[in-house]
Write a protein that binds this ligand. Structure first.
Ligand code: SAH
Ligand code: SF4
Ligand code: F3S
Length: 442
């Protein structure tokens, strides 16, 4: 056990930006700090230690964190004893520069150094600023049980890092090389979550389907996790098209509690752009894969990530992306304007699509996808879906919300059930993002 002389009676506060991997990492940090005797506080004004777990994927992600650091700077002025630590991908990317530009920051700690946090905080209290940004080939926090409040859904990090090196992306630099946790410890974690009443787990990794523990691949992991508790829904994200094996597709269909939903980012519909991005597949190859998935998994729901305005992207390239969106008929898409990131390969390509054009293309992509999502959701009106109730809807205290297996959000009036229950809902109306209906007994 890690112990800290100063942990006792000291409160720490943690704020998280970025992807679900960061959310999962903050649970690991909370576990490490709590074991060392620190107490988590949900309020900033009671904190002796403030951590901000950061994202570096696009410039605007970093801008948000800089904005927040401005608040912490004021706080530190009023209370110089408070320790401020920047964790995560921005810490890893900016390292010493961050220390130099933000003189009130005490600690800069990258994603593979969290075990050292209590010690680093200890030193910071004694007046020593610290920087720890070594990336590891082996660290996967396999032995640390992440701190999770009770709930319905849990996220489990099963692998870390990325070896794909898409030319636009900082993740391989901020997260380091791919490494997987052991299958046995993941299964144990799911068993514990099941005993605690969780109803859904999402297996996480930047390339979750390149998971490998000895000879067990991601399909083996998925099958093992699915067996633990058949009343638990199993999800996973993010899948890279290159690692989407037939065995994995079969495993999804063979296990009833593995959700028929795959987030399968394509990024662009143009072969020329895909090549420049180093995505390792052509549009044709991707579409074949989607065809196989749709054929094997009836009713499967698909989503994607799209980047608008990658260097040299022409009107014709953009058109092929729109066509691909229509051809696949995604249920949803996460869409981004290209943002140049230092040290990536694309950084050396001219960022030559003008801002107005990037915005125009992005908006067209969003509009086209919204129309597709609406059309797909509308076909569900009149039908009945199984929903896992998550809790009160955001807009009304008299309604609950929950998701279908295919990850569609459903809103319905409260009617004698509660969070964590599986119920049937008859769909009465739909928009592009949400289905609305009422509980029916089947
Ligand atoms: N590992 C996942 C997700 C990585 S980050 C994957 O491979 O799909 C999430 C998304 O952010 C990416 O899929 C990509 O669409 C987007 N993204 C990453 N770097 C970006 C950049 N420099 N500019 C704009 N979007 C970017
Ligand atoms: Fe980034 Fe590509 Fe790795 Fe995804 S697969 S994290 S986009 S480098
Ligand atoms: Fe951001 Fe790092 Fe996740 S860059 S998207 S927090 S892996």
């Amino acid at each position: 056990m890690i112990t800290s002389a100063i942990g006792e009676n000291k409160n720490f506060y943690i704020e998280t930006y970025g992807c679900q991997m960061n959310v999962a990492d903050s649970e690991v940090v909370t576990s490490i700090m709590s074991t060392a005797g620190f107490v988590q506080t949900p309020t900033l004004d009671q904190a002796d230690v403030i951590f901000v777990n950061t994202c570096a994927v696009r410039e605007n992600a970093e801008a948000r964190v800089y904005g927040r650091l401005g608040d912490f700077k004021h706080l530190k002025k009023a209370n110089p004893g408070v320790i401020v630590g920047v964790l995560g991908c921005m810490a890893e990317r900016l390292r010493k520069d961050l220390m130099e530009s933000e003189s009130f920051v005490d600690l800069v700690v990258g994603p593979d150094e969290y075990r050292n946090l209590p010690k680093l905080v200890d030193n910071a209290v004694a007046g020593e600023r610290g920087i720890a940004v070594r990336l590891s080939r082996v660290e996967n926090y396999d032995d640390i049980i992440p701190f999770r409040a009770d709930g319905i859904s849990a996220w489990i990090s099963v692998m870390r890092g990325c070896d794909k090196f898409c030319t636009f992306c900082v993740v391989p630099f901020t997260r380091g090389r791919e490494r997987s946790r052991s299958l046995a410890s993941i299964v144990r974690e799911v068993e514990d979550l099941s005993k605690r009443g969780f109803k859904e787990v999402t297996l996480l990794g930047q390339n979750v389907n390149s998971y490998l523990d000895q000879s067990w691949d991601f399909a083996d992991l998925l099958a093992a996790v699915a067996k633990v508790d058949k009343s638990m829904r199993i999800r996973f994200t993010t899948s890279h098209p290159q690692d989407m094996s037939d065995k994995l597709i079969d495993t999804i269909v063979q296990n009833s509690n593995v959700c028929n939903y795959i987030h399968l980012p394509v990024q662009s519909g143009s072969d020329r752009v895909l090549e420049l991005m180093n995505r390792t597949y052509s549009a044709e190859h991707y579409l074949k894969l989607v065809g196989k998935i749709k054929q094997t998994i009836p009713g499967v729901s698909l989503s994607t990530d799209i980047i608008a305005g990658f260097p040299t992207e022409t009107a014709e390239d953009h058109r092929t992306t729109i066509e691909l969106l229509k051809e696949v008929g995604y249920d949803g898409a996460f869409t981004f304007k290209y943002s140049p990131r230092e040290n990536t390969k694309a950084w050396n390509m001219a960022d030559d699509v003008p801002e107005e054009l990037k915005v125009e293309r992005l908006n067209e992509i969003i509009d086209v996808q919204r129309e597709i999502s609406f059309r797909k959701n509308r076909t569900m009106v009149g039908g009945t879906v199984e929903v896992l109730v998550e809790g009160e809807s955001r807009k009304s205290t008299s309604e609950y919300c929950g998701r279908t297996e295919t990850n569609k959000m459903v809103v319905f009036p409260k009617n004698g059930f509660g969070a964590g229950d599986y119920i049937h809902v008859r769909i009465e109306r739909a928009n592009s993002a949400t289905l609305f209906g009422a509980h029916v007994s089947c």
